[in-house]
Design a protein around this ligand. Structure first.
Ligand code: SF4
Length: 431
């Protein structure tokens, strides 16, 4: 049996390499472990800028692969379908499976030819491996998927989850380091990060359309602190820092205490960065302890402040923000404060005010558009076919109703400090 684990060729600006490392390449590594007697090939064409033929060659040969598993985020859905259509023509016997956020937001898009199965929930690598195993044994898939049988779509029970000890680490061979560096430079980043899964699931479940609880569930599940720290002993080249792939790094305080203790003992100097809620970093003692074992950067969602004190989501206490900013500065930890442009009820002045406040506090805003994937969920398949989905990534999707011109939107996304510096009158206006 041969399985091709692929991301479809599709160039977008925001390639989010850490998703490729922690989800795509680690998922392929899991399948390789599950099917040791068989061949599992990873083709990260969407990351490498590979052309379709890189993948098609596995199906145009004497013994075409038995399974094509495509990872599709919303902006890749049409590329996924193009690839699937070509593969169906070349090799009608190949089963074509698809997983990823596109399946969470608009599953109906995939409920048609040439797809045989799409993953809905559960840990995708487990759900997909179990479905393949079932088909190989002549049975139907049992959980976490919808699949086509005799021209009809069948739905299964909720997807199962893996014990975190079975989450694989990134497959370094799946992503070419030189391509990684090329993309990193294009995105203006200074450091190469190696991302791996530390936790999955978000109990906060604060935003109805946030993909994390939909994909990973609402229970915080984590790799053991020891497995985490053991992996961090050695940072492979060309990477200069670990990125802990986790929606809420400090959610479990016992886990964090044990992590700090082991990190100090086993890999005290390996630098790392995290993504989290902002609140835990108001505790100076915690910031100091994390910084002492290599924490270099924290990314957290501010999303928006309200210039006129309206109740916005989330309700942000400026005093908390000040405390966090002071603690991070004191302990030499840099920040990435995520800001969304285009949230319901948000005005142009709110956006500019938010950016100004963050910069004045010494925090680094990371503005993106607010991509309304819920709109895609409500579209018919015909409407989805007629929509250019490649524009639905968070740095390309632009809705003029946010009150900014397209020029301003792009200027803010790509160089917010430069934008504010060039527009001193705006700073005065929101002062
Ligand atoms: S806390 Fe973050 S990850 Fe969790 S639901 Fe809210 S936005 Fe999503």
């Amino acid at each position: 049996m041969k399985i091709v684990w692929a991301s479809p060729p599709n160039f977008v600006y925001d390639q989010t390499p850490h998703y490729f490392q922690a989800l795509f390449s680690a998922g392929g590594a899991y399948l390789r472990k599950r099917f040791m007697q068989h061949r599992v090939v990873s083709e990260a064409a969407g990351f490498h800028g590979g052309v379709e033929r890189v993948i098609l060659r596995h199906f145009a040969c004497h013994e075409p692969a038995d399974y094509l598993v495509i990872w599709s985020r919303p902006w890749e859905a049409q590329a996924a379908r193009r690839l699937a259509t070509e593969v169906r023509q070349l090799s009608p016997g190949t089963k074509i499976l698809v997983w990823g956020e596109a399946c969470s937001y608009f599953p109906h898009y995939f409920e048609r030819e040439p797809f045989d199965l799409y993953a809905i929930n559960g840990d995708p690598e487990l759900v997909i491996a179990d479905a393949i195993e079932a088909w190989e044994a002549g049975r139907d898939p049992q959980h976490g998927v919808s699949f086509q049988k005799d021209g009809r779509w069948q739905h299964t029970e909720k997807g199962h989850i893996l014990d975190p000890s079975e989450w694989e680490f990134p497959d370094l061979a799946a992503i070419d380091g030189s391509v990684y560096q090329y993309w990193r430079k294009q995105r203006g980043q200074k450091v190469d990060d190696l991302s791996f899964a530390v936790s999955r699931g978000c109990p906060i479940n604060c935003a109805r359309w946030c993909p994390t609880p939909r994909k990973e569930g609402t229970i915080d599940r984590r790799r053991s602190p020891r497995d985490t720290v053991e992996y961090m002993r050695v940072l492979p080249r060309p990477y200069a820092m670990f990125q802990m792939h986790s929606p809420l790094f400090c959610m479990d305080s016992d886990w964090v205490d044990e992590f700090i203790e082991l990190k100090a003992e086993i890999a005290p100097d390996t630098p790392f960065k995290v993504v989290d809620l902002m609140n835990p970093y108001a505790d100076e003692g915690l910031v100091a302890r994390l910084a002492s074992v290599g924490l270099k950067n924290v990314g957290f969602g501010v999303e928006t402040l309200s210039m006129k004190g309206r109740h916005m989501i989330p309700k942000m206490e400026p005093s908390l923000l000040e405390k966090v900013a002071a603690n991070l500065k004191k302990h030499g930890v840099s920040s990435k404060a995520y800001v969304q442009m285009g949230l319901p009820g948000q005005s142009r002045e709110d956006i500019l005010y938010t950016l100004k406040v963050l910069i004045e506090l010494g925090l680094s805003p990371r503005p993106t558009g607010s991509t309304p994937f819920w709109k895609l969920a409500k579209m018919t398949v015909e409407e989805l076919d007629q929509t250019d989905l490649t524009k639905w990534d968070r740095k390309s999707y632009f809705d003029p109703r946010i009150g900014l011109s397209y020029r301003e939107f792009l200027a803010i996304v790509h160089d917010v400090k430069g934008y504010l510096k060039d527009n001193q009158e705006i700073l005065k206006w929101v002062a």
